[in-house]
Design a protein around this ligand. Sequence first.
Ligand code: AMP
Length: 144
Amino acid sequence: MEPSIFSKIITGSIPASFIARRDLWVAFLDINPRAEGHTLVVPVEQKQRIRDLSTESQRSLIEGVSEVSSKLCSHFNIEDCSIVVHDGPAAGQEIPHVHIHIIPRSKGDGGKSLLAMFPDVPNPGVIEPNFSELAELAKTLYLD
Ligand code: AMP
C-alpha cells in the first residue's frame, strides 16, 4: 500500500506541527485551519475508515480525541469543540487515512453545526419526527 500523506507525516518524510505523539496515534495542526488550533488526530495504522482499524487503534484513537480536546479547551480557555470525521470519500474525506478533526469552538464564532451539512433537510421542529419509520429502521439495524 502506498503511504498516505499522513503516514509520511508520521514517519517524518513530510513536516507537520505535532502537538502529540503516542504509540498508536499522533496529533498535528491542520494546515488549513477552520479555527485557530484545528487539530487532526490520526491513527498510526493506515486505514481509510474507522471500522477498518484494529480494536486497539480504535480505542486508543478515542483516548487521543479526549486528550487533545482537553488540551485545546484548556489552552484556548473554551469549553467546546467540533469533533468531525469524514469516514470515506462520499462523506467528504479527502485523504484516505482515518483522521479526526478537532476544532475549538466558541459562541458566535461563525462555525455551523451538523445541520449545515444537510441544508435541504428540514430543521428539527419544522416537521414531526416519523417515530414509526424510525422504529422500523431501528429494528432492522439492531445489533444483537
Ligand atoms: P478531510 O476532508 O476530512 O479528508 O480533511 C483533510 C484535512 O487534512 C484538511 O482539513 C486539510 O487541510 C488537511 N491536510 C492536508 N494536508 C495536510 C498536511 N500536510 N498537514 C496537515 N494537514 C493537512
